[in-house]
Ligand binder design. Structure first.
Ligand code: FAD
Length: 403
């Protein structure tokens, strides 16, 4: 591994990116940047990686689209969640557990570097099951996750009375819940802001309004063409959420992710009343409740719908009957970035071009910053992470090296 102190052997120069202006056809001036790593996408995944690179004193530029972009990082639920992860890919269970363990260090570091409190609360979490059938399914799923994991994996299955001991406000019709103390929540918008601020303070360069239009490999470097100029980099990271599909095309790689809409409703502010996280109803640190568990396969449609809002509201009242008297103040939709097994994809697509994408960018934020960023510096996704590669999706085409 190359570190900042290892500057003689480090393939990166540990210098800040250098912009220069060049003229093409005399009339157009475009911005040319040279850097060690171009990170494409400035959402939670890209900025976590970029922050990790900056911590290792590796120069990088984050290329992002503008305000109209599709961004899961600004529309999510904010859970730092472990329970249930790994059902379809067993290696995801220990990865999610380790990610949760890293989180307190991330929250502390961001606080000391930016004075932003990212609102981390890791006090355990409940996953409610409305019906006995749903509870039976949850029992089976959690048992499968535990058996596949094979190590110590603590959780409880609770009936209504058991849930009531933890949250007395629970509705009497709810069958039960699963509980694990690995789970928690954070404020995802403050997390995003803190990452960006810390990255800037460490010398990182963030370029908004720089959607990537093309990627070429020229003279041993990647030449990344954006709407605003060209960035040359030794390595690139594809961390553009749903935009990774188009970026993969540019490298000749099919990336099997798709949008999955989730609608969220937000209530007026209420006094803090829950001492733990809940997958279906989450109280934020400013007192509002986020409600919502829709999974809608509707492509890139970002609308909210009356039908789903009604269903979410009715479910929420079943969970917590007092909500019938609480005002909803806003609602939004955002698109999950979903792989076929709902697990992250980490791979090196062609030498020097890394893909980092996942559905759980809040939960995995700390591990992306502290571990995944090292893969980019070391120039390889470790063997131990092979299970997360594209190979697991049999039909995915492997690329030819870009010319
Ligand atoms: C409803 C909902 C609830 C969720 N709840 C949780 C939760 O509770 N816990 C959790 O851990 N996760 C949750 N998630 C998932 C989480 O939000 C995402 O995993 C995370 O935000 C993904 O971050 P990202 O950076 O990969 O993608 P995004 O946030 O979508 O960012 C991608 C960025 O890439 C940029 N981009 C795209 N194409 C290009 C291009 N060609 N050139 C340059 N830039 C480009 C975009 O402009 C954008 O800024 C939820 C998601 C949704 C939708």
């Amino acid at each position: 591994m190359h570190t900042a102190s290892d500057s003689h052997s480090n393939p990166f120069r540990c210098a800040r990116s250098r912009p220069a202006k060049i003229s093409i056809l005399r009339r157009t001036t475009i911005m040319l940047h040279e850097t060690d790593v171009a990170v494409i996408g400035g959402g939670l995944v890209g900025i976590a990686i970029a922050y990790g690179l900056a911590n290792q004193k590796v120069s990088s530029i984050v290329l992002d689209e503008g305000d109209g972009a599709i961004r899961a990082s600004r529309g999510n639920f904010g859970l730092v969640w472990v329970q249930g992860k790994g059902l379809l890919l067993k290696e995801y269970t220990p990865w999610a557990m380790k990610a949760a363990e890293y989180w307190p260090e991330l929250a502390e570091r961001l606080m000391s570097e930016t004075s932003i409190d990212v609102g981390l609360m890791q006090t355990g979490g409940l996953f409610f099951c409305k019906t006995p059938e749903a509870l039976a399914q949850r029992v089976a799923d959690m048992a499968q996750v535990k058996a596949q994991f094979g190590g110590e994996y603590n959780y409880d299955i609770l009936d209504n009375a058991g849930v009531r001991k933890m949250v007395p406000e629970i509705g009497h019709t709810i069958a039960g819940a699963s509980y694990s103390d690995y789970d928690g929540q954070a404020n995802p918008i403050r997390l995003l802001r803190a990452f960006h601020r810390a990255y800037g303070a460490l010398g990182g360069t963030y370029l908004a309004n720089n959607g990537v239009l093309g990627i070429r490999h020229v003279e041993g470097k990647f030449e990344v063409r954006t709407t605003d100029g060209i960035v040359r980099a030794q390595r690139i990271v594809l961390s553009a959420g749903l935009g990774n599909v188009k970026l993969g095309d540019m490298l000749g790689v099919e990336i099997p992710i798709r949008p999955m809409r989730g609608q969220i409703m937000v209530t007026e502010r209420l006094p803090q009343m829950f001492g733990l996280a809940m997958e279906q109803v989450r109280q934020t640190d400013d007192g509002t409740l986020l409600i919502g568990t829709s999974w809608e396969d509707v492509g890139f449609d970002l609308s909210t719908t009356d039908e789903t809002s009604r269903r979410i509201a009715n479910d929420a009242i079943d969970f917590f009957p007092f909500l019938a008297d609480v005002k909803i103040i806003r609602t939004w939709a955002a698109l999950r970035i979903l792989s076929p097994d709902a697990s992250p994809i980490y791979d090196e697509l062609v030498p020097g071009a890394f893909l980092v994408t996942c559905h759980s960018g809040v939960s995995l934020a700390a591990i992306h910053a502290f571990e995944s960023a090292k893969w980019i510096v070391e120039g390889a996704v470790p063997q131990s992470m092979e299970a997360f590669g594209l190979k697991r999706f049999a039909k995915t085409k492997r690329p030819q090296l870009v010319a």
